[in-house]
Design a protein around this ligand. Structure first.
Ligand SMILES: Cc1ncc(C[n+]2csc(CCOP(=O)(O)OP(=O)(O)O)c2C)c(N)n1
Ligand SMILES: [Mg+2]
Length: 385
C-alpha cells in the first residue's frame, strides 16, 4: 500500500510536561498515529496512488451490482415490514460499501461473525435473501444459512459476536489452519466489555482475526460523541496491541483493499487488524425506530452527499463500463431477484409451534413443559406469517 495514498491523522495525547514532574521517569507510551484511508472520493474521483483494485473494473462493477442489489433488497424488506409481512427489520441503507467490502474480501473457508444488519457481507458469502427475510419474519431457521454453514448466526446481544470470533480465530490458530475470523461491531458496541475482551484476546494471542467497527455515528439514539471520550474508535485496538486504522467506509475501494490486506496478514499468522469503517446510518435504527425524534434532517442530508453507491457509479461511468441503460437493466434484474426471494420466503411452511420449546434443553423443565402444552391447546396461534 503506497503511503502517499493515505491521509495520516495523528492523535497525540501527551502527559503533562516533564519539567513539572521532575524526579519522575516519563514514558512516551501515549503517542500513536491513526491512518485514514480514502481513495474514491464522494464526487467519484480517485485520489492518486490508489491500489491495484482501482484498475479491476470488472470486479468493481460486480461489487457495484451487489451493492445495488442489497439496496433494492433493503427497500423491499422495509416495505414488507410496513405491510405486516416481516416482524421488524434493521436497515443497512448507507452501509453497502462497508459490508460488501468485508464479505467480498473473505474466502469461503473464513468465518464471519455478524451483528444484525450486514446483509451485503452475507450475500457476498452466499447467504440467501430469503434466509434474511425468514429470520426477520420471526423464524429462527433463517439463521441456519445454507451457505456458509460455519458462519455464525446473527447476534443481537451487542458485541458478544466479537468473543465468538476470537474463539474461532483461536481455534484456527491452534489447528494451524490458514483461516480468518472476521467480526463486525457497531460504534456503540465498542463501549461493551465483550468488544474490549475480544481486542485483548486478539492482541495477546495475535489471533488470525479482523475486527471491523462499522461506525455509523449512531447507536439507536445515542450519537457517537456520547459513546466514548476516545478521539477515534480505531485507537481502542492500539491499546490491545492490534494494528488499527480508519477507512472511509463509504469507499468500496478503500474498504476492500484494507480488508484484503488485513485478511492476508491474518492468514499468514502476522496478527489481527482492527478497521474502523466510517459511514452513516441513513435509515432509522430499525423499523421500530423513528430517528426524526433525535437527529436533525440536515445531518442526514449532509450524509447523503457521501453515500457509497453514487460515487462508485460515477467512477464506473467515467471509465465507460457503466451507463444509464446498464443501470436500468440492472434495476430490473434486482427487482426480479428480490421478488423471487420474497416469494420463496412467503412460501416457507411455518415451523411447528412446539419447536420453540423443543430445542432449548436436553430435558425440558416442568414449567416449560406446561407452557408448551398450553400453547398447543391453541392451534390457531400456528396460522399464517
Ligand atoms: C447487550 C445488549 N444491550 C442492549 C441492546 C439493545 N440495542 C440494540 S441495537 C443497540 C445499539 C447498537 O449500536 P451500534 O453498536 O452502534 O450498532 P448499529 O445498530 O448502529 O449498527 C442497542 C443498545 C442489545 N441488543 N444488546
Ligand atoms: Mg452505530
Amino acid at each position: 500500500m503506497p503511503a502517499s495514498s493515505t491521509l495520516v491523522c495523528t492523535s497525540l495525547l501527551r502527559r503533562s510536561s516533564a519539567t513539572r514532574h521532575s524526579g519522575l521517569k516519563m514514558s512516551n507510551s501515549h503517542q500513536f498515529s491513526i491512518e485514514y484511508r480514502q481513495y474514491l472520493r464522494p464526487d467519484g474521483t480517485l485520489s492518486d496512488a490508489s491500489p491495484e483494485l482501482a484498475t479491476r473494473l470488472d470486479e468493481l462493477t460486480r461489487l457495484y451490482q451487489l451493492m445495488s442489489l442489497t439496496r433494492t433488497f433493503d427497500a423491499k424488506a422495509i416495505a414488507l415490514q410496513r405491510t405486516g409481512k416481516l416482524g421488524t427489520y434493521a436497515s443497512c441503507l448507507g452501509h453497502e460499501a462497508a459490508h460488501i467490502g468485508m464479505g467480498s474480501a473473505m474466502r469461503p473457508e473464513d468465518c464471519f461473525a455478524p451483528m444484525y444488519r450486514e446483509y451485503g457481507a452475507q450475500f457476498a458469502r452466499g447467504v440467501k435473501m430469503s434466509e434474511v427475510l425468514l429470520y426477520w419474519g420471526g423464524d429462527e431457521r433463517g439463521n441456519d444459512f445454507s451457505v456458509p454453514r460455519h458462519d455464525f448466526a446473527w447476534c443481537v446481544p451487542i458485541a458478544t459476536q466479537c468473543l465468538h470470533a476470537a474463539g474461532a480465530a483461536l481455534a484456527f490458530k491452534l489447528r494451524k489452519e490458514p483461516r480468518v475470523a472476521v467480526c463486525v461491531v457497531g460504534d456503540g458496541g465498542t463501549s461493551k466489555a465483550d468488544f474490549n475482551s475480544a481486542v485483548n484476546a486478539a492482541g495477546a494471542w495475535q489471533l488470525p482475526m479482523v475486527l471491523v467497527i462499522v461506525n455509523n455515528q449512531w447507536a439507536i439514539s445515542v450519537p457517537r460523541k456520547a459513546q466514548t471520550g476516545a478521539e477515534t474508535l480505531a485507537q481502542k485496538g492500539i491499546a490491545g496491541g492490534i494494528r488499527s486504522l480508519q477507512v472511509d467506509g463509504n469507499d468500496i475501494i478503500a474498504m476492500r483493499a484494507a480488508m484484503d490486506e488485513a485478511l492476508a496478514r491474518a492468514r499468514a499468522d502476522r496478527g489481527p487488524t482492527l478497521i474502523e469503517a466510517i459511514t452513516y446510518r441513513l435509515s432509522d435504527h430499525t423499523t421500530a425506530d423513528d430517528a426524526r425524534r433525535y437527529r436533525d434532517q440536515a445531518e442526514v442530508d449532509d450524509a447523503w452527499t457521501r453515500e457509497p453507491l453514487k460515487r462508485l457509479r460515477v467512477f464506473l461511468e467515467a471509465r465507460g463500463v457503466w451507463d444509464q441503460a446498464r443501470e436500468d437493466l440492472w434495476k430490473i434484474t434486482c427487482a426480479k431477484k428480490v421478488d423471487d426471494a420474497v416469494a420463496e420466503y412467503l412460501a416457507q411452511p411455518k415451523p411447528e409451534l412446539g419447536d420453540m420449546f423443543d430445542y432449548l434443553y436436553a430435558e425440558m423443565p416442568v414449567e416449560l413443559k406446561r407452557q408448551r402444552e398450553h400453547a398447543l391447546r391453541f392451534p390457531e396461534l400456528n396460522h399464517g406469517h
